[in-house]
Design a protein around this ligand. Sequence first.
Ligand code: SF4
Length: 226
Amino acid sequence: MKLFPEDPMEEVYGVADIIKPAPAAQEAVCQEPSAAISREEAEKGLALLKDKVSRCGGCRLAATRTNTVFGEGNPKARLMFIGEGPGADEDATGRPFVGKAGQLLTKMIAAMGLKREEVYIANIVKCRPPGNRNPDADEAASCIGYLKEQIRMIGPEFIICLGSVAVTHLFGASVKITQVRGTWRSFQGCRVMLSYHPAFLLRSPERKKEAWIDLQMVMKAMEENK
Ligand code: SF4
């Protein structure tokens, strides 16, 4: 399957050429994800949380949203993607990653050999920042409890954190994604790969090769931990 069909460089980065092993020193994979939380309990819990989010007025973004964008996917996904927040298309539909960047994310998921419905996709903030600005620190702080609860219930083994804004708010330290991409972190006992946001890849297609390397590291680690 072609990862980025619109990318003329695609032909030169085949899997065999660029795959590289995941770093050896890793934390245990999801030490205690949500083994105690069954699929049924996760489905119920996520539905209740989604309803709570739909009525949330926890920060100023409530005043300008059309829809909350809770997240979607497999309630017991092995892999979760986390972005920074909804854009215009997501605000209009209430679904995460459905615009152009979302279409690229769907291709990236397919290139990993997965279906979109097999993974879980969510954002740091559940309401669109006006004009697609980055979420402010206080907005992210008000909202991130919902994401933490989603992660707790889903219990993914792996998370791919997309872009510097999401990484900064998830880990509470400002980063440049160009400097930290392709590296692993740990969050709530899950292994987290830091990588580029698909919107950034649309603006900087020359970075797609690095993104593909990141995805392959996750694929390899998922295979090793089956
Ligand atoms: S962004 Fe999060 S905290 Fe703010 S209103 Fe929306 S759901 Fe509530």
